[in-house]
Design a protein around this ligand. Structure first.
Ligand code: ZN
Length: 323
């Protein structure tokens, strides 16, 4: 595959849009968002509080930026929208033999609040397409889309960079091109798990896993526990935090059985649970020692740690013996 010359330059840059929103910024959508996110900031729902904060009326949570212009389940765009696919490079790469995709990261920047009644649209450009890269998942390309969001007066309200990796999974690649791998100097590499991101917010958690401890972030302002790790306390907004060691016991709050697509190196069907710890926070983890037919919501489980690849420790949960 590395021998194949692929010219993706025609997909780079460009100006696609407008991609319009079905609805103007409105209170019902804001209310549902705040409800789901647990965001009780009054400027989003209380006219008077918004005015006291210096706004003419209620404003939308900035993190709703993308929500206003998203395709619905019917995948239709509002009249007046560009009918082209802003991410046409992805189906093109699919045809070239890179069928799999993972989202890599997403960065949003907010220029200003948007108020009830404003009508948003966005324009899109493909900001970057990497050289062909070889990763633990496979060989492929990093593609970055930059979307710029405007209101009805064509004022920029925010931007979003969305980066994906479009790739040929290792198993496919090895099956199709064993000779190329051999020529590249060795045996085909076994697929490896993607490593978790360790940054100043999350390092304590992964260092805990390495040490055989399940740690939960704790606000030093109000002692509220939270997971996944984040810089600020959702209860009191304090940026001051430490961590406590969890008992490691909890129960299956929910679960999914992942069948497709099969991405190495995971085993399928892949049993993934949302575990509610005795301390109250929830985390996503694989379940072991139980089949997908036996797993039940409410099932008591306990954490265990294993070195699933050399130097890479991960937490898993196993059902507790019930007598
Ligand atoms: Zn707090």
């Amino acid at each position: 595959m590395s021998e194949k010359a692929i010219d993706l330059s025609s997909y780079l840059g460009g100006d696609h849009g407008p991609y319009k929103s079905w609805d103007a910024v409105n209170r019902p959508m804001i209310r549902h968002w705040c409800d789901v996110m647990g965001d009780n900031n009054p400027i989003y729902l209380d006219e008077q509080a918004a005015q006291e904060a210096g706004f003419p009326g209620i404003v939308a949570p900035p993190t709703m930026l993308q929500a206003w212009t998203m395709l619905g389940y019917g995948e239709r765009r509002p009249p007046g929208s560009d009918t082209r696919d802003p991410f046409a490079v992805l189906p093109a790469l699919e045809e070239m033999g890179y069928p799999a995709v993972v989202a890599v990261n997403c960065e949003q920047e907010y220029t200003r609040y948007v108020a009830e009644g404003e009508s948003l649209y966005y324009r899109s450009t493909i900001e970057a397409i990497s050289e062909q890269k070889s990763t633990a998942l496979g060989v492929g390309f990093f593609v970055t889309e930059l979307s710029t969001y405007y209101n009805q007066r064509d004022e920029v309200v925010g931007t979003m960079r969305f980066r994906v990796f479009k790739f040929a999974p290792r198993s496919v690649q090895e099956a199709e091109a064993p000779a190329a791998d051999a020529a590249a100097g060795g045996k085909p590499a076994a697929a490896l798990r993607m490593r978790p991101v360790r940054n100043q917010d999350t390092a304590f958690f992964w260092e805990g896993i390495d040490a055989g401890e399940l740690r939960i972030q704790r606000c030093r302002g109000c002692s509220t526990l939270r997971h996944p790790p984040s810089p600020a306390c959702p209860s009191c907004q304090s940026l001051d935090w430490d961590a406590v060691q969890a008992s490691g016991r909890g129960m299956v709050y929910s679960f999914v059985v992942m069948h497709n697509p099969e991405i190495p190196p995971f085993d399928y069907p892949n049993l993934i649970a949302l575990v509610e710890l005795d301390e109250g926070t929830r985390l996503v983890s694989n379940l072991v020692g139980v089949s997908r037919h036996q797993v039940k919501i409410g099932m008591p489980v306990a954490v265990e740690f294993s070195e699933i690849e050399p130097g890479f420790h991960l937490h898993q949960f196993r059902p507790l013996e019930q007598n």
